[in-house]
Design a protein around this ligand. Structure first.
Ligand code: NAD
Ligand code: DAU
Length: 377
């Protein structure tokens, strides 16, 4: 079936994997990638698909309502997968306004533009979908009731940290929103607007909340690519606080597969949590990264552990995230494809093999920005 799908934030980390998957898997769909190309947007992430006939790139700001109106009309958009956002918690602590503008006002502008366009059509909302990508951070933080870890109550293919959980509670689709950082507050607000457009105007929307993603093409201000690159460049590895915070990690291509499945088979107005039951304390994860990078670079085991540097904690640092994704697994049959060790190995290899990609981002302005920020921690 012919479709015209708008993917926002397609030049970013997760968005580029979603664009690649849709362009390659659905030659009958016209895929329009809308991205403002902020510091985090990089068209080099899409080099391999940029000349495909079913792919179009449009540079635009989601907070520009007139532009959103023009684009949904011009490309006759019938499905939207909305990923564009300011996504880094540390930046939100320094500059919350940019997060409110893009994540809240931008999402609202896109919703309004889609609503106006779809309401002009004879079939209106039939066959349409506004799919909003959100995060587990909107649920707040979970207690570390088992700081040493206990066997996880669920096992899946992705869980390989000895099936470890660090508490008994997990985020469910019904968990009350309780965001703490300006980033998660802006994402929570955008989620509410998406649901409000369904409840008020009957717009077909759905929301998914995913855990921490890792994999190729992630901007190197985020923990995993930052640490891989710093090890390679013999720079300090800044561990916030004591490194005891827990995150639940999912390989980015598994997230993209979930988005594809939910876009096609998910129920309108539903929420689905996405995660691989794969909890890691930061410090344990960092040691896995060090070990993998050292092995692949031919360094002796433990060689780069001396780079670990404990620094001032992130303000309001959420202790533990852990997603319960059993609804998605049982209703739609999704499950993560990779064991964590395989995913980390693939990821480290990718960054080491793609040093030009990394150097293009980290040289010049960004390197100066990062060094200044690090000095002030
Ligand atoms: P990213 O920062 O790598 O990419 C964001 C993209 O959005 C960039 O290409 C950027 O240029 C674009 N963008 C930013 N502001 C824009 C604007 N005003 N108009 C148009 N484009 C704009 O982010 P990511 O990590 O790929 O995250 C993508 C989405 O997934 C976000 O909505 C994020 O909240 C959500 N999410 C991320 C994770 C994760 O672990 N990275 C987990 C769960 C959910
Ligand atoms: O949970 C989903 C979220 O995951 C997404 O919504 C966000 O967009 C994404 O950025 C990510 O947020 P985190 O804050 O969890 O990711 P980050 O990579 O910034 O940090 C991971 C953990 O590592 C966190 O506990 C903070 C810590 N950290 C991070 C950096 C960058 C460090 O200890 N040192 C660092 O230098």
């Amino acid at each position: 079936m012919k479709r015209n799908i708008l993917i926002t934030g397609g030049a970013g980390f997760i968005g580029s994997h979603v664009v690649r998957l849709f362009v390659n898997k659905y030659p009958d769909y016209n895929i329009v990638n809308l991205d403002k190309l902020t510091y985090a947007g990089n068209l080099a992430n899409l080099k391999d698909i940029e000349s495909k006939p079913n792919y179009t790139f449009v540079k635009a700001d989601i907070a520009d309502l007139d532009e959103m109106r023009r684009i949904v009309n011009e490309y006759k958009i019938d499905g939207i997968i909305h990923l564009a956002a300011e996504s880094h918690v540390d930046r939100s602590i320094k500059d919350p306004f940019t997060f409110a503008r893009t994540n809240v006002m931008g999402t609202l502008a896109l919703l309004q533009a889609a609503k106006e366009y779809w309401e002009t059509l004879t079939e209106k909302y039939e066959g349409k979908l506004f799919y909003h990508i959100s995060t587990d951070e909107v649920y707040g933080a979970l207690e570390m009731t088992h700081p040493e870890g206990v066997p996880a109550p669920f096992t899946t293919k992705a869980s390989s940290n000895d099936d470890m959980a660090y508490g008994t509670e997990f985020f469910l689709e019904t968990t009350k929103y309780n965001p703490h950082s300006p980033y998660s507050a802006s994402k929570a607000s955008s989620d509410h607007f998406v649901r409000a457009y369904h409840d008020t105007y009957g717009m077909p929307t759905l929301v998914t909340n995913c855990s921490n993603n890792y994999g190729p093409y992630q901007f190197p201000e985020k923990l995993i690519p930052l640490f891989i690159n710093n090890i390679r460049n013999r720079k300090p590895l800044p561990v916030y606080g004591k490194g005891e915070n827990v995150r639940d990690w999912l390989f980015v291509e598994d997230h993209a597969r979930a988005i594809d499945l939910i876009f096609h088979k998910g129920k309108v107005a539903e929420t689905y949590n996405i995660g691989g039951f794969n909890e890691w304390k930061n410090i344990d994860l960092i040691k896995v990264i060090i070990k993998t990078v050292d092995r692949l670079l031919g360094n002796p085991e433990g060689y780069s552990e001396e780079l670990i540097t404990f620094v001032t904690d992130r303000l309001g640092h959420d202790m533990r995230y852990a997603i319960d994704s059993r609804k998605l697994q049982s209703e739609l049959g999704w499950e993560p494809s990779l064991q964590f060790e395989e995913g980390i190995e693939k990821t480290v290899r990718w960054y080491l093999d793609n040093q030009e990609w990394m150097d293009n981002i980290t040289s010049g302005d960004y390197e100066r920005y990062y060094d200044e920020m690090y000095k002030n921690r």
